[in-house]
Design a protein around this ligand. Structure first.
Ligand SMILES: Cc1ncc(COP(=O)(O)O)c(C=O)c1O
Length: 484
């Protein structure tokens, strides 16, 4: 009987048919038999190992959450024993609406990206307008207005020496691009030994291969991929905090490293001021100043990874501005499109671009299929216009003030080791790692969306969040942390 049902309904193609189409095309009596058979499969599916064509039919009747659990990989998640996920039906402003009708205040900006909130009419309109012209066109041999306009804006907004823009698909890819630029730069100069990178511990630069190789060697993924990841140099992480008085020896470990290995090092890569996924730490701008000087002294390029910090999150448009320095290469992503699309840019100085272009093979060796995607460029242009025409600095300052006062009570909790805020970022560091499933459920029950990792409960809400929403968010954090 099961075989019969599956052969009639032609297995996996069912996923692509609507329920109506399916039963219009099958005689009613057979349809009813099929429903029974499939429902019995749904009931039994957890007892089965492996897949079968009949199982695929049964899966047609699974709810979205059931199918998701069975077939869709989520970030850093087991496919055998995944944590629960919540189905979002729509999102508007600072709220996520779940399929079950609950509304959550968003504390995450979808991982730093959605700075203007969800479903913004101006951003929606920018994409729709562009869609009417072209969704995509290859960038090899062709160019278009949205890309030119965006490059103009980025060159104008970023520090003056950054003049050349390379568009790519995601933050991690923009880091790969930056690292390749640094390697080609030194190779073009005939410095064939400069093939290593240096960075500080507690950093995070993405999940692609070379990006992983410069993430923190302990909290990153080095252990798992040990033996195949390239080995680079790691200095101690900066210890002097953002508001603390500078101490010369904070950069000593980096000084020693550079003195010894500069002839092998192509570039230093660092997240300016805010170390994100590697620990949510805020360090002294003086560290960056000193680092810039060391890079110049030892002929090493400086790559600033502003993928998380770019576009106002730290309180400055770019976190490098706190130190008044300019990198040789800059990576931007996340909030570049207001969180609408996966997109990134790597900017380089005239010197970097000229040296690469004058060396062998005379071109920069990278060219993604979706480079400078017009939809992404159009929405990025609209997002930048919106940001710059808004009083974003005031908004970020207000968020900072609310987070400082709203999260303060957490400092008195016995399970909390530190509370810190900078710009529109608030962090509550616990003494022990959280139990993700429980804490996630508790936050949702409090009506907020907060996604902790390890010992860190942190928020970086959209800039449009209201004071009232922020207060609810902070109260929910206190309540949940108190009970975890
Ligand atoms: C500082 C930093 N660099 C790079 C990345 C990687 O970006 P993506 O996830 O878009 O590849 C991230 C992502 O969290 C990041 O925070």
């Amino acid at each position: 009987m099961h075989g019969f049902a599956s052969s009639i309904l032609n297995t996996k193609t069912l996923h692509y048919l609507s329920e109506k189409t399916l039963f219009l095309s099958v005689p009613a009596c057979i349809g009813q038999v099929c429903v029974k058979v499939f429902k019995s499969y749904v009931g039994n599916r957890n007892n089965k190992k492996g897949g079968s064509k009949s199982q695929a039919c049964a899966e047609y009747f699974m709810t979205n959450l059931e199918f998701d659990k069975e077939h869709i990989w989520h970030p850093y998640t087991s496919m055998v024993n995944p944590l629960p996920v919540y189905e979002v039906e729509s999102a508007h402003g600072c709220k996520l609406k779940l399929k079950d009708g609950r509304e959550l205040i968003d504390g995450m900006s979808s991982w730093w990206a959605v700075i203007h909130g969800y479903n913004h009419p101006l951003l929606n309109n920018a994409i729709t307008q562009q869609l009417g012209k072209m969704a995509h066109v290859m960038f090899g041999g062709l160019t278009h207005e949205p890309a030119v306009e965006l490059a103009r804006k980025l060159v104008k907004l970023t520090p003056e020496p950054l003049q050349k823009v390379f568009f790519s698909d995601s933050g991690s890819v923009s880091v790969e691009v930056a690292m390749k630029m640094a390697l080609q730069y030194w190779s073009s100069k005939g410095e064939e030994k400069k093939v290593k990178f240096a960075t500080v511990r507690s950093g995070y630069h993405g999940d692609t291969w070379h990006a992983m190789s410069v993430c923190d060697p302990e909290t990153g993924m080095h252990n798992i991929f040990n033996g195949s990841l390239p080995i680079h140099y790691f200095a101690d992480k900066p210890q002097v905090k953002f508001h603390e008085k500078w101490q010369e020896d904070d950069i000593l470990s980096m000084k020693v490293l550079l003195k010894k290995h500069h002839s092998e090092i192509a570039a230093i890569i660092i997240e300016p001021i805010v170390q994100g996924a590697g620990g949510m730490r805020f360090y002294s701008p003086q560290y960056l100043k000193e680092l810039r000087n060391l890079c110049d002294q030892y002929s090493v390029l400086l790559i600033a990874d502003e993928i998380a910090t770019g576009f106002g999150r730290s309180g400055e448009l770019f976190a490098c501005n706190y130190a008044g320095i300019s990198p040789d290469i800059l990576c931007l992503g996340k909030a570049l499109t207001g969180g609408y699309m996966s997109f990134a840019a790597t900017l380089a100085t005239q010197d970097v671009a000229t040296v690469i272009s004058n060396g062998y093979p005379g071109v920069f060796m990278h060219g993604p299929t979706f480079m400078a995607n017009p939809l992404a460029c159009a929405v990025a242009n609209a997002s930048l216009d919106l940001l710059l025409s808004s009083n974003w600095q005031e908004k970020v300052k207000t968020i900072e003030g609310e987070l400082i006062s709203g999260l303060k009570p957490c400092s008195d909790l016995p399970n909390v080791s530190d509370v810190r805020c900078l710009g529109a970022i608030g962090v509550v560091e616990l003494k022990e790692a959280v139990d993700m499933e429980t804490i996630q459920k508790n936050f949702v029950e409090q009506g907020v969306w907060v996604r902790p990792f390890g010992k860190l409960v942190y928020v970086m809400p959209p800039y449009i969040i209201s004071k009232e929403e922020l207060r609810t968010l902070c109260k929910a954090i206190i309540e949940v942390v108190k009970n975890c």
